[in-house]
Design a protein around this ligand. Sequence first.
Ligand code: SAH
Length: 396
Amino acid sequence: MPPPRVTLKAGRDKSLRLRHPWIFSGAIERVEGAPAAGASVAVHAADGEFLATAAWSPASQIRGRVWSFDPHDTIDSAFIAAKVHSAVRRRDFLLDDRHTGCRLIHGESDGLPGIIADRYGDVVVAQLLAVGAEPWRDALVAALCEATGCSTVFERSDADVRALEGLPPRVGLLAGALPERVPLVEDGLAYRVDVAHGQKTGFYLDQRDNRRRVRELAQGRDVLNCFCYTGGFTIAALAGGARSALSIDSSTEALRHAAAHVADNALNAEHVEWRDADVFAELRKLRDGARAFDLIVLDPPKFAPTAGHAEKATRAYKDINLLALKLLRPGGLLATFSCSGGVSAELFQKIVAGAALDARVDAALVERFGPSADHPVALNFPEGDYLKGLLVHKRA
Ligand code: SAH
């Protein structure tokens, strides 16, 4: 039986020809064969030419996500396993004695739309975020175990985007046994990841290289780490010889783990203060108290998931960056990040420039940050380019 067939409207085949992996609902002329949610469909141009095989997602505006542009490919367990295998092998060079974790599968950018997998030591955490991934859960688990040698796979498909796909959240063990906290070594530093309850899959692996850079810059500095989560940038700064590290987050649970990470790495707990607070309010308090720092990290959550949220997000980014620039001593450094897909690198730089202007601070951009190499951005999928950061030097 031929697969269900989707025919695009005339002139709406351009993005697929550019190998962009999404098919929007508005581009579709006709659907034949009544595909079930998550089923593979053959996508054709208006003139009948084959364009791609995609996963059908009837609830989402992103109605199809491309598995393959090759008419000879069949989407089955072997296809999924081959994609998992190449994604895992591409990251072999990122794992060694000093690093026991990395992202293994980065969705569309690894040719596996809607699928995320992160490795922490011997544990793999998977997220199935699109309905097209659902039929392949078992194949995915088997392939991940086979490719990594790990025996534990835990599912954290509880991200909000599942709702857009008409899917309920799903969390639980898919293979093996999960320790309460999973040991992870990053840049030689020890962390214990709460895979079952932590944010996302438990740890923000995308900031690996940037934590290392902060470590290199921290020597002798008074550090302020805003949105510190389980302390990644704080631990890195302390390991780099920071004189002090004030760290703020609104998650009590994350701060508890953060404090444990100081002890785990035999770092001096007297150099660090954890504050359970709202960063927006706390930065104002620090300003009113005339506090000053030599290195400030701002790594907020995603203020703008899509471009539709950009205006409100712009105000929030500007606010915290303005306050941070005021709190910096002359000669100090601000490492400021945005993980909002809806805010481009260009816009983010403009926001930070506006913040400096309003703060009446003379500052220069000295470095740019991006995600580490385990979070590649496929060139046909610019939407994957979400994490950007700037290192700003406040001039004396
Ligand atoms: N820098 C961290 C990751 C930050 S994730 C790392 O390297 O691991 C963003 C963090 O911001 C989360 O821990 C979340 O709890 C916190 N957060 C979100 N809104 C906040 C707010 N208004 N004030 C303080 N913390 C906030």
